[in-house]
Structure formats: structure tokens, C-alpha cells
Design a protein. Sequence first.
Length: 100
Amino acid sequence: MTAWRQTADGIAIAVRVTPRGGRDALLAGDDTQFGARLAAAPVDGAANSALIALVARHFGVAKRNVTLVAGQTARTKRLTIAGDPQALARTAASLYAIVP
């Protein structure tokens, strides 16, 4: 799996999270996942909430359009983002400086 793939109603992404990582930032990771640094601690879902807000802000969608589908308690998480698949893929590619 690449770090993102287009779906019928948006994109699916994989993210490796570093909680208590200072400031919130979504970064290019390796070929299989993005990287995310979160200021929030992994307590009571705070890091997951912070990740959803960060991804929504970066991709320019509402938080309700971002869904955590796997990895609720793991460092590697899978999320879906609802919206225009091509526009979302361009945003994802911009982290890797790839122009599709």
C-alpha cells in the first residue's frame, strides 16, 4: 500500500503517529505511510482527536469528513477522507513534492 490511495468518495491514508511530539505536523513519511507529530498525549483518545483535526485542516475538509478506520490504539493508523478524490490526492502528493 502507498501512503494514500483514491477511493470512490475520497482517499484512504496511512499515518505513523508520534504522540507528545512537540507541535502538530503532518509530514511525508516513507512510501507506505505519512508521518504525524502530535502535541497531544495518547490518553483517552486525545491523540486520535488531534490527528483527525490535523488531517482535516491539512486537507481542507471538515473533521466530520475524516474517519479513523483502523489503529485506534496503535501508532500506525488508517484514515479515510471524504471529498473530491483527485483534489485530495493532489494535496497528499504535495507532501512528497509529487505533482500528479
